[in-house]
Design a binder for this molecule. Structure first.
Ligand code: F6R
Length: 602
């Protein structure tokens, strides 16, 4: 949720500010930076709001060759300067940035720090004050004091710690929160996300949970919490740095919407050998051996899972359950005899999903993470991984990762169905369909002005809106509604079209926008009936209909594609509608209020 970056061994200020700007999508309610020039000067600056506010507060003399910085998504305490990170010990010796949540901070505070006066409401301050106490009272060097504290801590963390009495070191620790260690020539750099510091290095060490390290400009010592040496290899990351730049776009969200046809083509290329689907045989076997598939996810990924259920059931014949990870983790249902778990997660870091995966691993059950981030926590911890290959997704609202999730589930469904000898899977010309999806998406993004007009006409002033659909359109209605509400702040609900009349239709009044989705052959006429119901109560209806069901006056005619894959195209105008509704209101489309890209707290 929060973003952290630290550097030792080179002029730190600009490196940290750039890193923070690249990480801002992880959280952006306040930010802070600590610099030490190794000449006896240290500087701490913090600001509420965006990184630009922090930048404006920094004076020219605040420079250093060691520094740690943080952009925050508040969990403990309001977004204020006092609660922004770095947090520090009362004697100004230790400075700490933290991503994660310390569950037993109150216990630690009461047990060890009753005599300390706190200056923030954060769980993080407890940790830095405790390191200071152990260093002083037990006469421990910083690294030892830090490890002593870590052995008492319960919760998730990526920590960067600087001790002003040995400021050429950054001490770091990781548990359940992402952190990468970048290796430079004469310097080292630490960040919650490698993408944020790709301009500094391409060589990274992937730290594991329980790792602690002492990092200086030309040395890295990694240990476990018991002090045993740990060897973690460095590897070159193969990421296109342009993929994380906006280019000529005003916002990442539109760039990422526009990239979807290319993502479909890449998937059709990488997961096929000629026309034959190509998935790791071990994954296919494990799924084919199961008697039930459980898909776990959150938010947009959950909506992609609802579509995946239809695809997997149709092409594999295996029953599928889709669960919200945050619910499933604490209310495990009675499982089938041979379950197979799929974790859908763009970031691979979502804490709610990880809670379920941990339990799945405790029970030694097979699991697959479908993610966009190679080496992410859920990828590492699941039995298998399939990659979304969508390229970095920077806008907080997920777009291309959603469509990639739908496509990768279809790929898996075909591979498993073929393995099970099902004719329906053999007949599923998925490569061709992905080509149609790419063409259809292109046609839709090329017609984006029309969607901009719809947003201007119907969404400029409304306070609420609805999406309705049946079958897989219902799943897309949920996603369309989430997209619209998260970036435009218009309260939007996604509904199974027929359900409105069972109560919610009471909310329809003159001018209420209702977006109706029509792809389902079984219910296209019925949905038309539901449209008439809301129209006769004054709703402004926007219709996205598949070519074969389209009628004169429909707003968007969706290009032809097989019904179960129709979300790949239906979602595109929904994403664009959200984008324009937000942009036309002058909002920061990429960074909606209160949100963060990667939700690493439960
Ligand atoms: C909404 C959005 C979120 C994420 C959710 C899960 O646009 O992006 O709803 O889908 O937080 O995140 P991942 O997929 O990273 O597990």
């Amino acid at each position: 949720m929060c973003g952290i970056v630290g550097v030792v061994g080179k002029p730190a200020r600009d490196v940290l500010l750039n890193g923070l700007k690249n990480l801002e999508y992880r959280g952006y309610d306040s930010a802070g930076i600590y610099l030490n020039d190794l000449q006896g000067h240290q500087y701490l600056t913090k600001a509420v709001g965006r990184i630009k506010n922090l930048e404006a507060k920094l004076t020219p003399d605040e420079q250093g060759v060691v520094g740690i910085a943080h952009t925050r998504w508040a969990t403990h305490g309001k977004p204020t300067v006092a609660n922004a990170h770095p947090q520090y010990s009362s004697d100004n010796r230790f400075y700490l940035v933290h991503n994660g949540v310390i569950e037993n901070y109150a216990t630690l505070k009461n047990k060890y720090l009753s005599d300390v006066e706190f200056h923030s409401d954060t769980d993080t301050e407890v940790i830095v004050q405790l390191v200071d106490k152990f260093a002083r009272e037990d006469n421990l060097p910083a690294f030892a004091a830090f490890k002593k504290v870590l052995n008492l801590v319960e919760g998730s963390y990526a920590f960067l710690l600087v001790d002003n009495t040995e400021p050429d070191h950054i001490f770091i620790a990781k548990n359940k929160s992402p952190m990468m260690l970048g290796v430079g020539d004469g310097f080292n750099i630490i960040a919650s996300d490698a993408i944020s510091v790709l301009d500094q290095t391409r060589t990274f060490i992937d730290l594991h949970d329980g790792d602690v390290a002492d990092v200086t400009k030309d040395k890295i010592v990694i240990e476990d919490l018991q002090g045993n040496a740990v060897d973690r290899p460095a590897k070159e990351l193969d990421i296109d740095p342009n993929a994380s730049s906006k280019g000529t776009y005003e916002f990442f969200m539109l760039k990422e919407i526009d990239e979807q046809p290319a993502v479909m083509r890449r998937l059709a290329q990488d997961y096929f050998d000629g026309n034959n689907v190509k998935v790791d045989p071990a994954i296919v076997q494990a799924a084919a051996d199961s008697d039930r598939i459980y898909i776990l996810a959150a938010g947009t990924s959950y909506h992609a899972g609802l579509v995946g259920k239809n695809l997997l059931e149709k092409y594999t014949g295996i029953p599928v359950e889709v669960g919200l990870a945050s619910e499933f983790g604490y209310h495990f249902p009675r499982l089938s005899k041979k379950p197979f778990f799929i974790f859908l997660t763009q970031s691979g870091e979502t804490a709610d999903s990880r809670v379920v995966l941990t339990q799945v691993n405790d029970r030694q059950l097979p699991s697959l993470t479908i993610t966009n981030v190679e080496g992410s926590t859920l990828s590492r911890e699941a039995t298998y991984t399939m990659l979304l290959k969508a390229g970095p997704e920077i806008a907080v609202a997920s777009t291309k990762a959603y469509t990639a999730q739908v496509a990768v589930q279809a790929i898996l469904a075909k591979a498993v169905g073929e393995k099970l000898g099902l004719q329906v899977a053999r007949d599923f010309d998925l490569k061709h369909q992905l080509g149609l999806a790419a063409e259809g998406m292109q046609q839709l993004v090329d017609g984006k002005e029309k969607i901009d007009e719809l947003a201007k006409k119907y969404l400029a002033t409304t306070r609420n809106a609805f999406y309705i659909g049946r079958g897989v359109d219902y799943a897309v209605a949920l996603e369309g509604a989430l997209k619209l509400k998260e970036v435009s702040y218009i309260q939007t609900e996604g509904f199974a079209a027929a359900e409105l009349k069972h109560g919610t239709i009471a909310l329809i009044e003159k001018g209420t926008p209702v977006v109706a989705l029509i792809n389902d052959p079984a219910t296209a006429d019925l949905t038309r009936g539901n449209i008439r119901e809301v129209q006769s109560r004054g709703a402004n209806v926007i219709v996205f209909a598949a070519k074969e069901f389209a009628q004169p006056g429909d707003d968007v005619v969706l290009p032809q594609i097989e019904y179960y894959l129709s979300p790949l195209v239906t979602v595109v105008p929904a994403q664009l509608l959200a984008y324009y509704a937000s942009k036309n209101k002058g909002l920061d489309v990429d960074k909606p209020r209160n949100l963060a890209k990667s939700v690493t707290v439960e």
